[in-house]
Design a binder for this molecule. Sequence first.
Ligand code: AMP
Length: 205
Amino acid sequence: MNEPSSAVESTIRRIAVYCGSSNGGRTEYVEQARATGRVLAQRNVGLVYGGGGLGLMGACAAAALEQGGEVIGVIPHSLAGKERLNELVTDLRVVRTMHERKTLMVELADAFLALPGGFGTFDELFEAVTWAQLGIHQKPIGLLNVAGYFDPLLTMVERAIAEGFVQPRYRRLIHTATEIETLLDAFARHEPLPGLVQWLDLSES
Ligand code: AMP
């Protein structure tokens, strides 16, 4: 294992990384997925991810493993037979369903990080955000905005706030940066929102 090198390790032992099972169309995506795996391992932060070696997911896990990092793959058994998963992780958790997988990933991780990806990535990211909004967890969430990939999504969040569908105070549930180190620093400074606020507001109106 690598030695701790910054404040982030004191509070965050593992981060769940959500990202594409494809490489996407720009070399920066794979480069930043590899940089993420590398930096997490160098900072002695374990990687929790969806298992498998495809796309950005595989690039991130491979880079973490190369640096001697902890890599926990959480995968439903329906996907588990498709690859030589034990070569990609230091710990493989095979679960029954996609729902069990997402729940276990949330339990294992102290923070969540989304890199570019498709529907699977959006689903995992917004579940983490929704659960934070509901007070189910108080863990930090980050968006690594590689090559402006998430700009339209952030515009949509602003639209939802402007139209009254998202309360402005929840904007800060999503930390955004273009460098993994910046996000890790933001995670170390993260202050949880009080839980269940929205439900209290609804019942009072
Ligand atoms: P997507 O962004 O649609 O490519 O989906 C990627 C996200 O969904 C990852 O963070 C995974 O957790 C999950 N996922 C999608 N496809 C796979 C796969 N073939 N193997 C493992 N996880 C997957």
